[in-house]
Write a protein that binds this ligand. Structure first.
Ligand code: PHE
Length: 361
């Protein structure tokens, strides 16, 4: 640029530069697709070494009376350049936005399904069990997981040397007194309910229980649901009827039930209950399939719970008159029922909370 702009008049070299820079600003920003490039071009006008700085520097060499006007003209050019730049930048942003929106706003696309959680399989099975027993007339009762040794064993007529009370089987909690443990069954709830209510009563009590057991079918914490029905003249027939109704509504109307004599300190008589194998379906009389069934190991039966008539001694311990009242009790492992229902072979899967496992339910 010519810095010896001492020629007076509107057509001096300064005016010429002003005019040509004004022209240049009109076209130079057009068609630039890149913001950095736009800014680089802007700097050729407004930067430290830009043409406008250059023009400013020349003001002192202009005749005094024209300096003010020159200053105004340069300022006007500056504003003009800014305007051209802003317009070009806005156009660039707008084009970008159009491009982005044009690609994604297609209203014919299917919506995105938000990820939803689901209840844990054990919770689902617990709720189903509770539904079945509610229909049969049972209330739901709950109780603490840390409970008295007395409620867990003594009141249920466990003899003091019974192996279930052994340190090997129970988790004891260190307290000053009285003796306390993590309940080994939810029968503690039955004791609590009987101590606080008068008969008749019909309850089911679901919840976590603890035993020192740990392998593919046993977990140190597992879930039980126990039932108790006490009234005048409750008999073993009622127990059988409730078990049949439960098995058929939970596993299907064809599923038969079998009772085998068994021993539990708090019932007399006591029994273990099997259902017909829901995998090889022996009621369909396919003997070969049953013989090969890996779930029931060819027996055609699956053990699901323990039961019996409440022992008169238990009634005495909770202040019920065994001459007047009778009742039955049963207890099942919710984990076992869930494993059967979903053919889960390792109980630990139920407690590891691996999302890949849980997503299947
Ligand atoms: N409480 C027993 C257990 O945990 C189950 C059971 C309940 C058996 C009621 C008979 C009657 O093993």
């Amino acid at each position: 640029m010519n810095s010896s702009a001492d020629t007076p008049g509107a057509s001096g070299p300064l005016e010429a530069t002003l005019a040509s820079e004004r022209e240049r600003a009109v076209t130079v920003f057009q068609g630039i697709q890149d913001e950095a490039e736009l800014r680089r071009v802007r700097a050729t006008f407004l930067g430290g070494k830009g043409s406008i700085k250059d023009l400013m520097k020349q003001i002192p060499s202009v005749e005094k009376e024209r300096r003010k006007e020159m200053g105004r003209s340069i300022n006007a050019l500056k504003q003009w350049v800014e305007q051209q730049f802003d317009t070009a930048l806005a156009a660039l942003h707008h084009a970008r936005l159009e491009q982005a929106l044009g690609a994604s706003v297609d209203i014919t696309w299917p919506g995105r399904t938000p990820a939803t959680g689901a209840l844990h399989p054990l919770t689902q099975v617990t709720q189903e069990l509770v539904d079945v027993f509610s229909t049969l007339g049972f209330d739901v009762a709950e109780g603490p997981q840390v409970d008295l040794y007395e409620y867990n064993f003594d009141k249920l007529a466990f003899p003091p040397d019974h192996p279930a009370t052994d340190m090997q089987d129970s988790f004891f909690v260190r307290t000053d007194a009285p003796k306390t443990l993590l309940r080994t069954h939810t029968s503690t709830i039955q004791v609590r309910e009987m101590l606080s209510r008068k008969p008749p009563l019909a309850i089911v009590s679901p919840g976590a229980v603890y035993r020192r057991d740990d392998d593919v079918t046993h977990s140190p914490m597992f879930m039980q649901l126990e039932g108790l029905w006490v009234d005048k003249k409750v008999s073993f027939t009622h127990l059988r009827g409730v078990l049949d109704a439960f098995a058929q509504s939970f596993f299907g109307p064809e599923v038969g039930v079998r009772l085998r004599p068994s021993y539990f300190p708090f019932v007399e008589p006591g029994a273990e209950v099997d259902i017909a194998c829901i995998f090889c379906k022996p009621w369909e009389r396919n003997a070969k399939r049953t013989a090969q069934c890996r779930i029931c190991k060819g027996s055609g039966w699956l053990e699901i719970l323990g039961c019996g008539m409440v022992h008169p001694e238990v009634f005495e311990h909770v202040g019920y008159d065994p001459e007047q009242y009778s009742g039955f009790a049963f207890g099942l492992g919710i984990d076992r029922i869930a494993m059967l229902r979903y053919q889960i072979t390792d109980i630990r899967l139920l407690y590891e909370n691996d999302v890949r496992f849980l997503e299947q339910f």
